[in-house]
Design a protein around this ligand. Structure first.
Ligand SMILES: C[S@@+](CC[C@H](N)C(=O)[O-])C[C@H]1O[C@@H](n2cnc3c(N)ncnc32)[C@H](O)[C@@H]1O
Length: 206
């Protein structure tokens, strides 16, 4: 194993560990998932509304407990959510079952995804931060392959931990038009704990 593979394997284990802890809390308090984050991120909603995007297929990359997939699926989007943490996917499946939404949740690594069909939108909320250098090219190739022409790549990335390197390849690729970029916040499981983030939307031109 080289250093990048070790970092990635550690990432999977850390993710698994925190979702197992979260799963125990959910078992003790059944409504915890739906209570913790009731609303979708305002910037994602505003973007969809401003561009009159009201339906279509969406890939949620690093879906975690699937909260955003479920919220948007309820609004009429057709969702596929992937995460490399099996426990995250178990929680996401449970949430979608409880909320009556039909979402394809899969245990999958975005860098070597099993997915083949294309999507109108790829949404990455907090996942690209975990992608280290050698995997960035693989990640970009996957997005190139899975997003339809005229589709959107929506990225919300941690400002403090992420380097511009993580998304520079999108900025430098003339096939992508950066149509929105603004400062934002990310919250996970607590609306009070706000992480400075950047919200960006790219349109895939060709
Ligand atoms: C900060 S969490 C965000 C979860 C969710 N998107 C949200 O907004 O609540 C990042 C997620 O990305 C997942 N992840 C990280 N690298 C991944 C990869 N290479 N493939 C699939 N999932 C990955 C982690 O397991 C974790 O669930």
């Amino acid at each position: 194993m080289n250093i990048s593979e070790i970092i990635k394997a550690t990432g999977v284990l850390t993710s698994e560990h925190s979702y197992r802890k979260f799963q125990k809390r959910v078992d003790a308090n059944k409504s915890l998932i739906t209570e913790t984050i009731k609303d979708l991120d305002v910037d994602i909603l505003e973007f969809l509304e401003q561009h009159s995007i009201i339906n279509g297929s969406v890939l949620d990359i690093g879906t975690g407990s699937g909260i955003h997939s479920v919220h948007l699926a309820k609004r009429g989007f057709q969702f596929t959510g992937i995460d490399y943490s099996p426990t995250a996917i178990e929680i996401a499946l449970r949430l979608s079952e409880e909320s009556g939404t039909k979402i394809d949740f899969l245990v999958d690594d975005i860098h070597q995804t099993k997915l083949v069909s294309q999507f109108d939108i790829a949404l990455d909320r907090g996942c690209l931060t975990f992608t280290t250098k050698p995997y960035i090219e693989q990640y970009k190739n996957v997005i190139d392959r899975l997003v339809k022409i005229n589709g959107y790549y929506i990225l919300k990335i941690d400002q403090l931990q992420s380097l511009e390197n993580n998304y520079a390849s999108f900025l430098n690729d003339p096939s992508y038009d950066l149509i929105t970029k603004k400062e934002a916040f990310l919250t996970f499981y607590s609306k009070e704990h706000k992480i400075p983030a950047i919200f960006m939307v790219f349109r895939k031109l060709h």
